[in-house]
Design a protein around this ligand. Structure first.
Ligand code: CTP
Length: 400
């Protein structure tokens, strides 16, 4: 089988050096990558680097190898075009259909999915001109990844950093797998909770659980690749931030509740994949609890935590908001799932059977998605992202 053809467009920003790693990841995972830099990109990383790493000639202009009509051919043959970094100037040109070099021509001739990974200073990103260009590109079906927050070129920090190349690669992989289908979550805001809450007993101890957060992160990544604005409420996961996703870190169930309710206020969908502790210690010892010779330890008194899923389901911030819960069950999986779905009042409940092979922390999952409308969607054993895609398929159907 032919390798999937990827065009890596590089525009002129300091983050161009990070595109070398993206290029490596793409080629090493079996993609045929043609790098099309702009002339200004070559101020940051030279043509020799792009050519050596991609194994293809590199040109910025339409006037090289004219007999091969590269300004049309490269775009027409591509299965995916990814522009990383995409400068404010490149977004403006793409939004307005300008075609004054090889990359902008390629963007006009490509009929495959297009991903932009913008990187620029915060002021340029927030400028209404850039924001309108981004909205235009998204409306036309391009996936524009939200920049990350962090250190910028100089000593300043803010929103505008190019996300980690490994995470841009993940977006590309998912967009390629989806093919030319519309990014069906474009214009939607979705909230996903992930990980497991920790309820502190004293400064060094907590009550926690084994949730890795991987299923929630897979949900966040797939939603971003389908064009959604994603807020990920992450409880103690230690996983890298997915590209283009706003990550809010929390520790306890009470903090998780606050973050979820705030983000849910304008959300189209809320997916509660986090393992929330049902109880927390009634008191928190400000000093470390010490063992005392000859004395039995004091019992730990627990109090109930709020049920966030039930609360979000009952007090919907929007009338058509879709709410999804997760449940891990050991016995009578479907019957318990059905009654939990009713009790919580959500639209969909992803029911996992906990047991061998289906342990916390694994890369795979197997589940049945129950719908409040009585539907049952089995998802066979497979990668967590496949389950995530099914959840979003069911959510988009309910949003439509
Ligand atoms: N959940 C929540 N708030 C809680 C506990 C759970 O929002 N305090 C959410 C989880 O994120 C998950 C779903 O509810 O989406 C399933 O939680 P689970 O703990 O299995 O439900 P319980 O009602 O506690 O049922 P059980 O009788 O199994 O304890």
């Amino acid at each position: 089988m032919d390798k999937p053809k990827v065009v890596l467009g590089v525009s002129g920003g300091i983050a161009a050096y990070k595109a070398c790693e993206l290029l490596r990841r793409l080629t090493e995972s079996g993609h045929d990558v043609r790098v099309v830099p702009t002339a200004s990109a070559l101020h940051f990383v030279g043509a020799a680097t792009w050519s050596a790493l991609s194994g293809h000639p590199v040109s910025t202009e339409v006037w090289d190898d004219v007999h091969e009509v590269p300004h049309v051919r490269i775009g027409q043959q591509a299965d995916l075009v990814v522009v990383a970094p995409a400068t404010a100037d490149m977004l403006a040109k793409a939004a307005h259909g300008l075609a004054d070099d090889l990359l902008t021509n390629t963007l006009l001739t490509a009929r495959c999915p297009v991903v932009f990974a913008p990187a620029m200073h915060t002021e340029m990103w927030e400028h209404p001109a850039t924001q309108e260009n981004v909205a235009t590109l998204r409306r036309r079906g391009a996936v524009v990844i939200e920049p990350a927050v962090g250190r910028l070129t100089g000593v300043d920090t803010g929103k505008g950093r190019l996300p980690d190349p490994a995470e841009i690669f993940e977006v590309c992989r998912r967009v390629l797998a989806r093919g030319v289908r519309e990014p069906d979550l474009a214009g939607r805001h979705v909230v996903v909770s992930a990980g497991g809450t920790r309820e502190p007993l004293d400064p060094v101890r907590f009550l926690g659980n084994r949730s890795s957060g991987k299923q929630g992160y897979a949900l966040a990544r797939t939603a971003a690749a389908r064009g959604a604005r994603v807020t990920l409420i992450a409880a103690n996961t230690g996983l890298p931030d997915p590209a283009g996703v706003d990550v809010v870190q929390v520790g306890t169930a009470v903090q998780l509740r606050e973050a979820v309710l705030k983000a849910a206020a304008d959300a189209d969908a809320v997916v509660m994949a986090a393992a929330v502790a049902d109880f927390r210690p009634e008191t928190y010892a400000t000093g470390k609890i010490k063992k005392q010779d000859g004395r039995e330890p004091d019992p730990i008194v627990l109090v109930r935590n709020p049920d966030i899923l039930a609360e979000v389901s009952a007090d919907r911030a929007r009338s058509n908001q879709v709410v999804v819960g997760f449940a891990a069950e050991t016995d009578d999986v479907l019957a318990n799932g059905r009654s939990k779905l009713r009790r919580k009042g959500c639209d969909l409940l992803v029911v996992n059977e906990v047991g061998e092979r289906k342990t916390f922390g694994s890369e795979e999952n197997e589940a049945v998605v129950l719908g409040a409308d009585g539907s049952e969607t089995p998802v066979p054993y497979g990668p967590k992202e496949a389950l995530a895609e099914t959840v979003w398929d069911l959510v988009t159907r309910r949003l439509a």
